[in-house]
Design a protein around this ligand. Sequence first.
Ligand code: AMP
Length: 391
Amino acid sequence: MLNIALFGPPGAGKGTQSRQLVDRFNLCYISTGDLLRKELAADSELGKQAKDIIASGNLVSDEIIVQILEKTITENPHANGFLFDGFPRTTIQAYILEGLMIKLNSELDCLINLEIPDEESVRRLLERGKTSGRSDDNETVIRNRLKEYHDKTLPVLDFYAQKGVRFDVDGSGSIEDVQHEVSRIAASQYTKRPVSIVVFGYPGSGRGSQAQALAKKFGLELVATGKMLEAEMDAGTEMGKQISTLYENGELVPDEIVIPLIEKKIVDSEDARGFIFKGFPRTLVQSYILDGLLMKHGASISKILEIEVPMLQLMERLAKRSRTETCMPYDTSTEKIVRRLQDHETKTIPVIEKYEQQHGVLKIDGTGNFDDVFEACAQEVQRLFQVGNLK
Ligand code: AMP
């Protein structure tokens, strides 16, 4: 995800610069001004409440802003990120944005501050007023909007300076020059944050081999809990012995064992381009743990894939595997296999359903051969690293 706020006085060029950023990074555009004008045009209850305030150039209440933002954000669960134009406009709204980001399990990556002198702002808005049809593009209201900006909005800059995500850009240059600088900042923030991909699928769906191949192709760290547990068993540690017993009974290994191993992996790979999780989270509890772990390490879930294979085919694949050398201790009998499939059904499917609501889950047809399934998965992962060209 890439979340950006474009900041600056009225007329600084936020709308113009937004267009290219939205295209280049495939973001969901949220202009609180545009959203309010839509409510006005629809003569909705919110529109009626905001109408006179907007016409006078004052700021509308936070209650109204939260309602329109919440609606737009929840309508776009699959967004690659959000671009906020005209929000946050007060320090209170900066806190509101923090709360919204937590809900998305994400953070604001940068606040880009377009600076122009007041007189340039007035000149540009009067020019725009000739064609915009906006009731607030006249000199008296423009001056009041600038006053609101100085009194209430400018202090927001300190909030983001303290967070280390404030970037100032001289907005009085040509559109192209500003565009170049704004885009450079966004791209640098985009590549800074590690991506995290979760791969789901029933046992036998090929999730393990696909996750491994994806990690290799994209230079991601594979966090495969099964493999990490096996390493403990191979090392013959006390923990390894406990795990062996649980494995032989086809039971899940408790979180007290799994979580420290995952955290160690994340810490040891702090410089990684990102992570790909396989076999975790397996339960709703683990999904909350993963959110917490990622947040602690400045990351969040970027994409979720689910490899789908019909039950009959899964049973065939697992039965076949139990007769080969790659047979796992938990695959040695039909009873164990059925237990694992049931575990997935009862414990992991609710996690996928939760993610479906929260972030969206990309379903991949896993019935084809390895290469075809890999191609479909890789295409989805590739999108995370794609940055379009400047128009
Ligand atoms: P804009 O299109 O961003 O220039 O916004 C036009 C008008 O909408 C502003 O002068 C405010 O009255 C109102 N408005 C837009 N965004 C906000 C916000 N985040 N908080 C309060 N009022 C806003």
